[in-house]
Ligand binder design. Structure first.
Ligand code: NAP
Length: 323
C-alpha cells in the first residue's frame, strides 16, 4: 500500500544542485555559477541547528583566521558575503530542507517537501555538527565564551582560566593546545579514565597548566551575555561547585549530517562521506562531496571552502565529459 498522498511536482533537470550552504557549498556555488551551470543551492532551514543556512559559522562570533580579513570578520557576515557573491553570478537559493534524495539513476532526484528537483550532478555539502551538552544556556553563550573550536577561538583567551569538556582525543588535544594561550585549563570529564590515545593523555597529564576534574559533569553555565562560570557536579559525591571560567570548550564529538545518504553514499565508520583521494568524487558518478561532511580532520572554513572549489571543478569537468 502506498503512503504517498500527492504526486510531487518535478522540475526540469538542472546541471547542478548543491545541498548545504556553509563555506563548502557556497564556494561550490560561486564556482559553478561562474562556470554558467546555474546552480540551485538548497540551503537549509533557519530554525534548525543542523540544517542552518550558512552552516556552523552562523553560530560563531568573530572569525580571525579566514585569510583576507586582517581585522577579522563576524561569522554570519562572512557567510553573508559568500552568499551574495554566489548570487551575483546567478546561483539560486531555496531556503528549505531536503527531505529525501534518489541517487539510483540519472537525472538524480532531490526532494524538498512535494517538489522533486532533478539534477545532472549533485554536490553534497551538508556539513557536520558539534555535539553539545544539551543545556539551555548553550544557545545564549555560544560564541560568547562558549566554543566548539579551540583552533578558531583559543586566541581570545590569553591569560584566562578556561575549561574543556570531554575525555576523547579532541578534548585532550584541545586542552593541550589551549595551554598556549590560557593560564589554566581545567579538563572536565564525566568518568575517571580518558578515552584519548595514550600518547595524548600523557602529554596532557604532564602539562602543568592542565588540571583534571574527574567524574564531573557540567550542569549549567553562568553569565547573561558572556560566560562567567560553569556549574559542575561530581557524579560520585553529588557535590556542586561553580568553576569561575571565562571560556568553555565543548569537545564531546561531532556528527556529520549524512542521514539523507545512508546506505547510498559510502561512509567511514563514523558516518563521514568517503571521497576519492585528491578528489571530491563519491562512489556514485556525478555526486560530489565537500566540506565537513567528508572531513573530520581539519574542519576549518578555509579547508571547507577549498574543497567546495574542488567539487565545483570536478562537477564541471564531469558534466563536460558527459556531453
Ligand atoms: P570521542 O572519541 O567520541 O570522545 C567523546 C568524549 O566526550 C568521550 O570522552 C565521552 O565520554 C565524552 N562525552 C560524550 N558525550 C558527552 C556528554 N553528553 N557529556 C559529557 N561528556 C561526553 O570524540 P572525539 O574526541 O571528538 O574524537 C572523535 C574521533 O576523532 C576519534 O576516533 C578520535 O580518535 C579522533 N581524533 C583524533 C585526533 C588525533 O589523532 N589527533 C584528534 C581528535 C579526534 P566517555 O569517554 O565517557 O564516553
Amino acid at each position: 500500500m502506498s503512503t504517498e498522498t500527492a504526486t510531487p511536482a518535478v522540475t526540469e533537470p538542472r546541471d547542478v544542485v548543491i545541498i548545504g550552504s556553509g563555506p563548502a557549498g557556497l564556494t561550490a556555488a560561486i564556482y559553478t555559477a561562474r562556470a554558467n551551470l546555474a546552480p540551485l543551492v538548497i540551503e537549509g532551514e533557519p530554525s534548525s541547528s543542523s540544517d542552518q543556512p550558512g552552516g556552523q559559522l552562523m553560530l560563531t562570533t568573530e572569525v580571525e583566521n579566514f585569510p583576507g580579513f586582517p581585522d577579522g570578520i563576524m561569522g554570519p557576515e562572512l557567510m553573508g558575503n559568500f552568499r551574495a557573491q554566489a548570487q551575483r553570478f546567478g546561483a539560486e537559493f531555496l531556503t528549505e530542507k531536503v527531505t529525501k534524495v534518489d541517487l539510483s539513476a540519472r537525472p538524480f532526484k532531490v526532494y524538498v517537501r512535494d517538489t522533486v528537483y532533478e539534477a545532472k550532478s549533485v554536490i553534497v555539502s551538508t556539513g557536520a555538527r558539534s555535539l553539545m551538552l544539551g543545556l539551555e544556556a548553550e544557545q545564549r553563550l555560544l560564541g560568547h565564551g562558549l566554543s566548539t573550536c579551540a583552533t578558531c577561538d583559543g586566541f581570545f583567551f590569553r591569560g584566562h582560566h578556561i575549561a574543556v569538556v570531554g575525555g576523547g582525543d579532541s578534548a585532550v588535544e584541545e586542552a593541550t593546545f589551549l595551554t598556549k594561550f590560557a593560564d589554566k585549563v581545567t579538563l572536565i570529564h564525566r568518568r575517571d579514565t580518558l578515552r584519548a590515545s595514550k600518547i595524548m593523555q600523557e602529554r596532557a597529564l604532564s602539562n602543568p597548566k592542565i588540571e583534571f576534574l574527574w567524574n564531573t559533569v557540567v550542569d549549567d553555565l553562568v553569565g547573561d551575555d558572556r560566560l562567567e562560570g560553569a556549574v559542575v557536579r561530581n557524579v560520585k559525591t553529588g557535590e556542586t561547585t561553580t568553576l569561575p571560567v571565562t571560556g568553555l570548550f565543548v569537545a564531546i564529538g561531532h556528527r556529520p549530517n549524512t542521514d539523507l545518504f545512508k546506505g547510498v553514499l559510502d561512509t567511514d565508520e563514523n558516518d563521514y562521506l568517503i571521497t576519492q583521494p585528491g578528489s571530491s568524487a563519491t562512489n556514485i558518478e556525478g555526486v560530489f562531496a565537500c566540506g565537513d561532511v567528508q572531513d573530520h580532520t581539519y574542519r576549518q572554513a578555509i579547508t571547507a571552502a577549498g574543497s567546495g572549489c574542488m567539487a565545483a571543478i570536478d562537477a564541471e569537468r564531469w558534466l563536460e565529459a558527459q556531453h
